[in-house]
Each structure stands twice: as structure tokens, then as C-alpha cells.
Design a protein around this ligand. Structure first.
Ligand SMILES: [Zn+2]
Ligand SMILES: [Zn+2]
Ligand SMILES: [Zn+2]
Length: 282
């Protein structure tokens, strides 16, 4: 066992509760807190044998997520894409005690994040550009970016295959994506072995009420499918990728409240809803 994975934020771009919404899911989230409430996307990977703390993305709730998880040092960040809910928390590295945080991402994504100026100029970072399909080693772990399908992203989006070669473990984080990712990405995800753990973008769950609410909410289904997955897509993706365990993340307030969501998922073997603070060991 050498990776401790913490879901810092399991919600979509607006979080749950959505601040101007009082639907049943948002009402329950206000009343009961975690796991019913969900902050914006964030994943922490602690490499236990090399003592490195690595973030996947820095959403707008980063500061409170790190305080909640008792984390006071981050060594590196791997960015998936340039959307607000995945990068705006980078400003929380302003005036930290960290001498230098290493930031990894495609050239386009890093430039986009760093170009906002302001306090970003005062953050001490080391810029490490990555190319899709070119593995990069950090803290004893191998990270390989792969292109995904997320049409509204201002920069070309990627997910990550994260491996511990010596113990043959494989974690896959899709980041924001629709179902139809490029075949070359699918090959990377499934070869030479299938993922032990898949953490996958899922906007809504399989509850009947959720699907009704989603149909009212969505105005352009084709645009949506080029950006995120919904539960039927997850079943198809899991069938293609065959992970041992799947965790749904980026869940929206249109989903059923967490307890109902969990019981609805019971019939799907090894598919679980992530929630804020969930830890997984690999
Ligand atoms: Zn997002
Ligand atoms: Zn709501
Ligand atoms: Zn996005």
C-alpha cells in the first residue's frame, strides 16, 4: 500500500448546495453537510513511501479542503484543464511557506492559468510542461496524461493514468469528459492492464427523479455529451475500461441526496459515489 487518495471535492462546477437553489438535494446538503454537501473538484494523492503530497487540480474550494484534511504542504499539482472549477484555487498558494510548488500540465493549460496575473505573479512555482502519452515520473509515481472530450474547455483537456510501476498498481482519473474519448486514450487506460481504480466524471446518477430533473435542466444534449458523462455513459465506459473499482465524481445537485444515491448504486457492482473526504488506498 503506498498511495493514499483523498477526494477533496466531489461536486460539479457549482457545488452542492448550489447557492441559489433549494431543491431537495440542496436542502439536505444545507441541513446535513458532508457527505450530502459537495465542494468543487479536487483530489489529493499522498505518496506514502516518498512523502510527496500531490494535487490533481485546484478548485475554488481548495483552501477549506486542505484545512479540513489537515494538509499543510503540497509538493506538486497536475492540472487537467483550464476551467474555473479546476484551477482558480491556485491563488491559494499565495504567501504559503512552500518554497516552490511544481506545477504540471500541458503548455496551453499552464499558460492559461498563469496568465491571469495578479497574485499568481507572487506564487513560487516551477513550471513543468507535459505532453499527452509521454509518462513523467514524480515522487516515485508515473503520471501519463491522455486527451479527453470536454468541448467547452478553454484549453485542451486531459485525464491522467497514475501508476506505481513496482507494485503494478494503476489509478485512472478522467477529469471532465464526455464518453467518447479518443481510442488512443482508451488504449492507454486499458493496456497493459485495466485500472485498479477509476475516478470518473459523472454529472447525474441513475435515479428516475434525477433523470427527469436533468431533462428539464439540459437545453443542448449534444453539447452536454461532448463535455460530461451521465450514468448510462458510466456503465458503457466501465464496460470498455473494466476497472476493479469505480468512483463517480463531479456529481451535481441534480443527483439524489447522497444516501439515496448510494442505495441506488448498490445494484451496480463496484461502482460507488465519491464524497468529500473519502479516502482510498492503493
Ligand atoms: Zn469541472
Ligand atoms: Zn439544488
Ligand atoms: Zn471543465
Amino acid at each position: 500500500m503506498s498511495l493514499k487518495i483523498t477526494i477533496l471535492g466531489s461536486g460539479d462546477s457549482v457545488g452542492t448546495p448550489k447557492w441559489d437553489c433549494h431543491c431537495e438535494t440542496c436542502k439536505t446538503a444545507r441541513k446535513r453537510g458532508i457527505p450530502f454537501s459537495r465542494t468543487r473538484f479536487g483530489i489529493l494523492i499522498e505518496v506514502l513511501d516518498t512523502n510527496k503530497n500531490i494535487l490533481i487540480d485546484t478548485g475554488p474550494d481548495l483552501r477549506s479542503q486542505l484545512i479540513r484534511s489537515n494538509i499543510d504542504r503540497i509538493d506538486a499539482i497536475f492540472f487537467t484543464h483550464g476551467h474555473y472549477d479546476h484551477q482558480s484555487g491556485f491563488g491559494d498558494f499565495y504567501r504559503t511557506r512552500i518554497p516552490t510548488v511544481e506545477i504540471f500540465g500541458t503548455e496551453e493549460t499552464l499558460n492559461y492559468i498563469l496568465s491571469s496575473g495578479g497574485i499568481m505573479k507572487s506564487i513560487r512555482y516551477k513550471n513543468r510542461e507535459i505532453l499527452p502519452f509521454h509518462p513523467i515520473e514524480y515522487g516515485g509515481v508515473q503520471f501519463t496524461a491522455f486527451p479527453v472530450l470536454h468541448a467547452t474547455s478553454p484549453t485542451r483537456p486531459v485525464g491522467y493514468v497514475i501508476e506505481k510501476p513496482e507494485n503494478d498498481k494503476k489509478l485512472v482519473i478522467t477529469g471532465d469528459t464526455g464518453l467518447n474519448i479518443p481510442n488512443k486514450s482508451l488504449e492507454l487506460i486499458t493496456n497493459p492492464k485495466n485500472p485498479d481504480i477509476l475516478i470518473v466524471d459523472c454529472f447525474i446518477d441513475n435515479n428516475d427523479d434525477t433523470i427527469k430533473r436533468f431533462k428539464k435542466f439540459i437545453f443542448d444534449f449534444n453539447l452536454f455529451r461532448n463535455n460530461h458523462m451521465i450514468f448510462p455513459d458510466i456503465l458503457e465506459f466501465v464496460e470498455r475500461v473494466k476497472p476493479n473499482e469505480t468512483y463517480l465524481i463531479h456529481l451535481s445537485h441534480l443527483c439524489a441526496p447522497h444516501d439515496q444515491l448510494e442505495s441506488n448504486l448498490k445494484k451496480f457492482e463496484n461502482v460507488k459515489a465519491a464524497y468529500d473526504g473519502l479516502t482510498i488506498y492503493l
